[in-house]
Structure formats: C-alpha cells, structure tokens
Write a protein that binds this ligand. Structure first.
Ligand code: 6MZ
Length: 372
C-alpha cells in the first residue's frame, strides 16, 4: 500500500470516504470523557469509588472477560433515561464526524426498577436521543426516508437542515446471553412494536461463555417469522456445537466468527452469510495473536460477503475509519479496494430498499471522485 509519509494521507482518506457501520453497541461506544464525567458524579454521591473507576476506564488492554466486567460498570454509570438519551446523541455525532452515513446501532433494552426504567422506556430514551441530535439530520424512520429531526423545525431551521449532512440510522435490539427465554421474547415483541421508529432487527450478544443457544432460539425464530432481521455473535469463543446450530439457523449476518473451522466456513460460504468483522476488538480481546492472522484475509481473498465494523468505539478506542485504515495497512489494500469494501456494505444493511438506494447514490459519488 502506501509508503512512509503517505500514512497520514491514507488515514485521512479513510476518514473522508462515506462508511457504513453495522456492528456497534451503544454502551460500548460511550466517550471516555462522558464516562469519566458520569463516574465523577456517582463518586461525589458516594455510589462508587471514583479513583477505582477512573483507573478501569483509562486502562488500555483488556481481556474478553474484563470487557464484560467493564460493561457492568458502564451500565451502572448510564442507568437513567436522560443519560441514555445523552450518550445516544453523542454516539451518533461521533459516527457522523467519522463520515459514517448509515449506522445500525444496537443496544440491549434494560429493566431497572430503582430508576423506574422498563425495556420500553429505555428504548424511548434511545429514540429521544436520536431526536435530540441538532448538529446534523438524522433519518431513522423505516416507513419513509423523511428526516426525523426536520419535522419539528421552523422555516428558518429548514434551510439549515438542507445544508447539514444526513446520517441514516437503524436500531437493532440486543438480547443479552444472560437473559431468559421470556426476557428474550419481550425484547423481540418490543422490537416489533418499535418498527416505525427505525428498529429493523435483533442481535444476540453478551458474554459468549454465558447462556445456551436453546434459551434464545424460540425468540430468535419468532423474530425471523415476524420479518425482523437477525444477526448473531457467532464463534467469539470456540464452541463447535453452538456455531453449527447458529449457522443452521441461517442468520442474516454473523458477528466476529473468530473460531469457525473449515466445515463451518464452508457452510457460511454456501449460505453466503455476511460477516461483521471487528479487527481491533478481536485483537484487543486476544481472539488472535497478531492482526495479520485475522480471518479477514481469507474471507476477502475468497470474496466472502463481509463488512468492517468497530464493535465498541469507546471500549477499544477506535473509529470506523481506523478499522478501514488498519485493514488497508495490514492486508495491502489500495484506495480502490477500500472503497469497494465500504460500498459492498450497502448490500448487507437491514434497512430496506429505499435506504439502500440513497446509499448507492452517496457511494456512487465517491467512486466518481476517486476515478477523476
Ligand atoms: C459480545 C458484546 C461485545 O447493549 O448495553 N457487547 N457482546 N461480544 C462483544 N465483543 C467485545 N461488545 C459489547 O452495549 C453493551 C453490551 O453489548 C454487548 C454486551 O452485552 C454489553 O453489555 P448495550 O448498549
């Protein structure tokens, strides 16, 4: 790829191109500055010990199990509705600043009795957060491509809206592997109820060594029958039986896929299941020893459908443009390869034909610019 001084130029180019993010967990994408601010407030109230928490937030290398301990901490810091709305707004702004034009944001609806929070009110807070973004246009409706946060604007604001950039957002509701069948079913029912607010699918995530596939299967089957798209964290740890069962379910996408063997890959190839690749996340959680050994290389060579994603921008201190740069630098991709990779992602979005059409227009412009 590029030599010496061109590194900065390639990084900036990766930042400047439009990108599609399909695997990002809301609470994994909280800004460090926001986490520290929230921790300080809880520290002052005596709910947590700020010094301990600060140390954990600032720590860089984390094992997979340490990540899940940290998520529990994030969930303590971000429990009230106002904070959920705030972090949603900030996460959207951060992705937009990185030239992400379509974001499928996933989050686990949570009950928290002490805060008067139900799964439904949690999701309302997320949607309120999307609506509160005022620095750019946010389009998250399934039924139409109108820009959601334009509708309440005055005539003057309307002119501003036309000049601002637009980000298309869709939501996936996550089932946490700690949940019961009933809790998983509640999440699916909530997703169905919230379809008109941009909810397009279901994700299965959480600590991969917790829970059993059979617990989630009834809810996932129901989601599929009702026309929701399903993506699964699959093969984040070695678990041959579960990987096979997941592939037999034929999800519309899988995330990570670090521990698939030859037969599993053959099945994924025949079924053409797109893979959400999270390079930095896999490296930082020690799913592999060095990045050049990542299965991205074989999948890319074999033209397997794949999309580069961040997983948790906050937790892993990364951005989507950083993931594109990392792939380019590690696997020798040039600008044409990178733009093709970014453009291919259009085919794997859960958002439907209207938004795909809009994205084809955006990426077509970038391809023309590159050709000039
Ligand atoms: C599996 C992950 C994950 O839903 O509270 N999550 N699950 N593997 C990963 N790779 C490291 N990263 C994040 O966002 C945080 C939750 O997303 C899931 C975990 O369940 C985590 O608690 P939300 O917004």
């Amino acid at each position: 790829m590029e030599r010496g001084g061109d590194v900065a130029e390639m990084k900036e180019w990766c930042r400047s191109i439009p990108k599609i993010e399909l695997h990002a967990h809301l609470n994994g994408c909280i800004r460090d500055s926001t986490l520290l601010e929230l921790a300080k407030v809880l520290g002052e109230k005596g709910i947590i010990n700020f010094a301990d928490v600060e140390h954990v937030i600032r720590k860089c290398g984390r094992s997979l199990s340490e990540c899940f301990q940290l998520f529990d901490l994030f969930h303590i810091l971000a429990t009230d509705h106002g904070t959920i709305s705030r972090i949603t707004k900030e996460v959207v702004e951060d992705f937009a600043a990185d030239e992400v034009v379509y974001l499928e944001l996933r989050t686990t609806p949570k009950n928290n009795e002490t805060k008067g929070m139900t799964k439904r009110s949690y999701m309302k807070a997320v949607i309120d957060g999307l609506r509160s973004v005022d620095a750019l246009n946010v389009s998250f409706s399934n039924s139409s491509e109108r820009t959601e946060n334009i509708s309440s604007s005055t005539q003057n604001n309307y002119a501003n809206c036309m000049e601002r950039k637009t980000i298309h957002i869709r939501l996936l509701l996550s089932i946490d592997r700690r949940e019961t069948t009933i809790a998983a079913m509640e999440t699916v029912c909530l997703a169905l109820e919230l379809r008109e607010f941009g909810v397009v699918g279901i994700d299965l995530s959480g600590n991969p060594i917790v829970g059993e596939w059979k617990t989630f299967l009834p809810a996932l089957k129901y989601a599929k029958e009702q026309g929701l798209s399903v993506t699964l964290h699959c093969g984040e740890v070695s678990n041959k039986k579960e990987i096979q069962e997941m592939l037999d379910f034929v999800p519309e996408r899988i995330g990570h896929a670090c521990f698939l063997d030859k037969d599993d890959w053959e099945k994924a190839r025949v079924l053409q299941i797109p893979v959400e690749i999270c390079l930095t996340s896999n490296l930082r959680t020690e799913r592999l020893s060095t990045i050049d050994l990542h299965h991205f290389a074989n999948l890319h060579k074999g033209n397997h459908p794949l999309v580069l994603c961040t997983d948790d921008t906050g937790l892993f201190s990364t951005t989507l443009s950083n993931e594109y740069y990392l792939a380019a630098a590690t696997f020798g991709l040039d600008q044409k390869d990178v733009l093709r990779l970014a453009t291919n992602a259009i085919e794997f979005v859960f958002g439907g034909s209207e938004v795909k059409k809009a994205l084809r227009g955006i990426f077509g412009d970038s391809a023309r610019k590159l050709a000039e």
